[in-house]
Design a protein around this ligand. Structure first.
Ligand code: GSH
Length: 243
């Protein structure tokens, strides 16, 4: 049995974690049965330590120590515990080869590079729901949201990041003279692969986090760059279910 550890949040869609949603989409796409275990955000380290799970050793902090992060996948059939979404997805590709592959051989570095570009873009954005839920300590929400100019500037920066990414896609499409039918929604055409899930998981986080007054921002993203991001997200919608 596969068990996916995610953090608990009070949303009808249940999850907002990009890493966990990336793995969940891949599990759904591969049609592998799994169950979810929900951990309170502020107890991730405590609960994982109790369970004997280690920290995420792929992402050291500046002081060299590691964070405890979701997602973690436990596979009882191999008795493995794996942290970090990239490593989990690689593990699923290797361990369950009868399901469709998500990281084609030789494309791991490419996938990570594209993902990091997207993450840098998304981290320019701050929206009310995530700030209030996770970063309310201190004065950040007042400083950030009271200053409309600062908020708008961050959005310009985020949209510029997506537009730069759109430029890579366009060049690749032009170079291979892809017909309209091959263009969308996924990077490789018809079937989603790792970069699509990586980008899609950031869009999940945005769509679910941009509520109320922030909704309009999300709608803008779905139509930005000729609707590229909205179409990619729609293509992934069949894999969003949280079982
Ligand atoms: N690159 C990691 C990122 C994991 C990550 O940052 N997870 C966040 C939740 S979305 C977390 O667990 N944060 C807890 C913390 O930083 O204390 C992955 O994809 O698995």
């Amino acid at each position: 049995m596969l068990t996916l550890y995610d953090f608990k949040i009070d949303l009808p869609e249940k999850s907002i974690s990009p890493g966990a949603m990336k793995v969940r989409m891949v599990l759904n796409y591969k049609n592998l049965p799994y169950k979810n275990v929900w951990i309170p955000y502020h107890e991730i380290q405590k609960r994982f330590t109790e369970l004997g799970f280690g920290p995420n050793d792929l992402e050291p902090k500046p002081d060299g120590t590691f964070r405890y992060t979701v997602p973690i996948l436990h596979d009882s059939s191999t008795n493995q515990v794996i942290s970090d979404s990239l490593r989990i997805i690689h593990y699923l590709d290797e361990t369950y080869p009868e399901a469709p592959r998500v990281i084609e051989p030789g494309t791991k570095l490419l996938a990570v590079t594209l993902e990091q570009t997207a993450v840098n873009t998304a981290s320019a954005e701050k929206f009310r729901f995530t700030i209030e839920t996770f970063f309310l300590e201190g004065t950040s929400i007042e400083t950030f949201l009271a200053d409309k100019k600062l908020e708008d500037a961050k959005w310009v920066q985020a949209e510029a990041g997506l537009t730069a990414l759109d430029g890579f896609f366009k060049k690749a499409e032009l170079a291979t003279e892809a017909g309209q039918g091959d263009k969308l929604p996924f990077i490789n055409g018809k079937n989603p692969s790792y970069p699509d899930f990586a980008l899609g998981s950031l869009f999940v986080w945005m769509e679910r986090g941009m509520r109320g007054a922030d909704r309009e921002r999300w709608e803008r993203i779905t139509s930005l760059n000729n609707g590229r991001w909205g179409a990619l997200y729609e293509g992934l919608r069949p894999y969003l279910a949280t079982h």
